[in-house]
Write a protein that binds this ligand. Structure first.
Ligand code: SAH
Ligand code: SF4
Ligand code: F3S
Length: 467
């Protein structure tokens, strides 16, 4: 039970908000910040939609059927709204996120039960928009001129602690790269970096509330830049160096990077900072230079492999992950073979792969030579077969190694905890090894497709230590 609920006592029950989140980690972060802002307005969070006064759908537009999913969800919520219409708890419905930005007013035209539509750039106005929606539907999709982060309350210590020992922190938002398949530049707007001081303040608040690991987020996180304390321009490598100095931060990660912005300084940060985890998510999307050009990726396969080699030179144990799209318009069998080749050459620890999905308004959607659905499916199957093999081999390679695991949450069984290795693998450990928030050294004794299990480093060592 939240404190708000407790404090309300026998008086009027506090209002409750249910937020459903689709999409990337930034949407997860945004949902938390919206929840925090709404709590300050008197809305307690609930996990039960039927118990909510306000339902927010935080949506993703990246692949097809995203909007359809939202509409079918809205159909169901409309029924709940109808049932509540004549009660003292009428329901307010909001659509947020990237579908909200892309579809705007269309949403209310198609689904009149919706009270508010708010794009990702205007979350900071959520409280005011919810209030205004009592008098009529609200659609807010303009790009805010003010810095939304300046206008949102920092999460309280209680809110942060409730979320555990790892946290996201958005440092950069938006994208100017305009890959020809992608909607993000249209839904998240131009690339913007949050100022260094704001990021440090938020990081300190997270650590004060018990967070041990911070993942910096951005659609192009390695394009982050800002002014240093002395007014010089700094990049993500410098920011990581400063964050590594914040007392209490045990682990730092960042996601997602673009090959074009992978500076030497950032690569060297992996050499210099023990708190920066040896894990790099660097999507390449395809292995054929012809396809990469048509995708407007502004790098070649060779350029990508060169970055991977340089990263591994400074940090030989670096785990590489990525994203792939199969069946981009014009992709031939020969092009696809190049994708398999770059996968072979990189040797991924984990990867995401998708069938190309036509997005309205993007250049890719207008291109000739769209690839047949069954060809896409066939290619995806082959690609995922290879990627799964690599992931399993990477995990199996950990057996027998002693690794540091940050304990994050209870496991399925009472005597288990689940943590993460430096390479972002889930590790199941006996709960006797430590408490949530501890970083413990354990020996990996089994590897599975999506997790590892581990034993204490060994009773012999413990006895020796006690002797
Ligand atoms: N900013 C990140 C990725 C953002 S979207 C980057 O530049 O890498 C996450 C992933 O979704 C992309 O890397 C891509 O692999 C996939 N994706 C984006 N648009 C897509 C589309 N139209 N069809 C299929 N997959 C897509
Ligand atoms: Fe989309 Fe490309 Fe920007 Fe990534 S870099 S968000 S894939 S346009
Ligand atoms: Fe989806 Fe928007 Fe993230 S389209 S992937 S929620 S930036």
């Amino acid at each position: 039970m939240s404190e708000l609920t407790k404090n309300a006592g026998a008086e009027a029950a506090p209002k409750k908000v249910f937020i459903k989140t689709w999409g990337c980690q930034m949407n997860v972060y945004d949902s938390m910040r919206m929840g925090d802002a709404l709590e300050a307005e008197g809305y307690a969070p609930t996990q039960d939609m039927d118990d909510a006064d306000l339902v927010l759908l935080n949506t993703c537009h990246i692949r097809e059927r995203a909007a359809e999913k939202v509409y079918s969800h809205l159909g169901r919520i409309r029924q709940l709204k109808k049932r509540r219409a004549d009660t003292d708890r009428p329901l307010t419905i909001g659509v947020m996120g990237c579908v909200a930005q892309a579809e705007g007013e269309e949403i209310i035209k198609r689904e009149q039960a919706v009270d508010l539509v708010v794009g990702p750039q205007t979350y900071h106005r959520i409280g005011e928009v919810v209030r205004a929606s009592k008098t009529g539907p609200q659609v807010i999709t303009d790009y805010a001129v003010e810095d939304k982060f300046e206008h949102m309350p920092l999460a309280t210590k209680r809110q942060i602690t409730a979320r555990g020992v790892t946290a996201f922190l958005t440092v950069q938002e938006g994208c100017d790269k305009f890959c020809t398949f992608c909607v993000v530049p249209y839904t998240r707007g131009a690339e913007v970096s949050r100022p260094r001081a704001q990021i440090l303040t938020e990081a300190r608040a997270l650590v004060d509330a018990g967070v041990r690991e911070i993942t910096l987020l951005g659609q192009n996180v390695n394009a982050w830049h800002g002014d240093s304390r002395t007014g010089t321009v700094m990049g993500l490598g410098d920011l990581l160096r400063e964050l590594a100095e914040v007392r209490g931060i045990a682990r730092l990660r960042y996601v997602t990077s673009h090959p074009k912005d992978m500076s030497n300084d950032l690569i060297e940060a992996h050499r210099d900072l023990p708190t920066l985890m040896p894990y790099l998510h660097l999507p390449v999307q395809a292995g054929s230079d012809r396809v990469l050009k048509a995708m407007n990726r502004s790098h070649t396969a060779a350029h990508y492999l060169d970055i991977i080699a340089r990263v591994r030179k400074v940090r030989p144990d670096m785990a590489i992950s990525g994203d792939f799209i199969v069946g981009f318009p014009g992709e031939t069998d020969a092009d696809f073979e190049e994708t398999l080749k770059i996968v072979e050459a990189t040797n991924y620890a984990s990867c995401f792969s998708f069938k190309y999905s036509k997005r309205p308004g993007t250049p890719g959607a207008e291109m000739a030579d769209q690839v047949a659905e069954e060809v896409k499916s066939e290619r995806l199957l082959r690609l995922q077969g290879l990627l799964n093999e690599q992931q399993l081999a990477f995990n199996a390679g950990c057996i027998g190694k002693t690794v540091d695991v940050l304990l994050e949450k209870p496991g399925r069984h009472e005597d288990q905890l689940i943590g993460r290795s430096p390479w972002l693998q889930s590790v199941i450990v006996p709960s006797s090894v430590g408490a949530i928030g501890d970083i413990v050294s354990v020996t990996i004794d089994a590897a599975h497709a999506n997790s590892l299990s581990a034993m204490p480093v060994g009773p012999i060592n413990a006895e020796e230590a006690a002797a």
